[in-house]
Design a protein around this ligand. Sequence first.
Ligand code: 9MR
Length: 335
Amino acid sequence: MVALKDFFASDFLLGAAFDGPIPDRLNPAEQALFLQQFNTLTAENCLKPGRVQPEEGRFTFQDADTLADFARTHHLHMVGHTLLWHNNCPEWFFKDGEKQASRELVLKRLRAHIHAVVGRYKGTIAGWDVCNEVIADNEKYLRPSHWLETIGDDFVAQAFRFAHEADPNVLLHYNDYDNENPIKRDKTLRLLRSLREAGCRVDAVGLQGHFLLDKVPFGDVEDAIEIYAREGYQVMITELDLDVLPFVGPEAEITQPLSPEQLAPLLLRQAEQYAKLFSLFRKHRDKITRVTFWNPHDGRSWRNNWPTKGRTNHPLLFDRELRPKAAFYAVTGSS
Ligand code: 9MR
């Protein structure tokens, strides 16, 4: 079997997200698959602020250290995810006793957090998702969040500034979902331009790429790749997967695995759609520097618990037995 990282070696880095080479996260067989197939890893959860600094000044780096050792040992391009997000962020950042913390105090804490975390993995982490998902999905520009409320509109610029200070050599990414959608894309461009005017360095735009079967917005994805690249950014596909189960409405309440007869046609369509995506990515290999799947195989996918818990989903290129799926063969043109 050809390896994805070799097949795409002259195009872009190829990776997957997971949380550590520890048995409940990735057992030895899964680690072997990972190392055979991928050359970049993203920390799925273990670097999120809630995980590394659950209380002010109490840092819990154990899992992230294990992951960083794995990356160092195997010479992997490691991506840090994430320094600032509205989700998975402890309340203490925004509190001063019973009161809401002042802008100055929240900025001081954000700077201390970024310096501690980015500083610790200097030389190992090659790129950071500095800010994640700050653009609103509705008509608003920025998503309402404690960050916006306490610091104000410049919280994104401040985070990028602190990350650059902490490690001037690390790549700095802005990461979001649906940012190929023209409305969200235009708001992202507005943000990127404001960051540039504020003198901030941003190296890459991450398109998460959480797609649904039969609804992959190929045209928007291609336009977005071209437009972000034209603005001077590397494009990274950062959290790729292709959900094959119903996503909305009562049909989304799936608790039983699909039968092989139900699944077979879905996996064939998934294979075609993955192949089309990768030929698009390859066409734009001069703009795309990395493609990362959100998890190494179907059994470890977050999609098994979203939008409803306890689903048996099939969004990736490897199945639960770690076997390559039709999508793998379609993407690599092999059989
Ligand atoms: O896959 C992650 C899951 O295990 C966590 O419970 C969840 C909340 O922290 O985050 C998931 O990863 C998300 C990523 O951090 C940002 N983009 C969307 C991803 C899927 O929800």
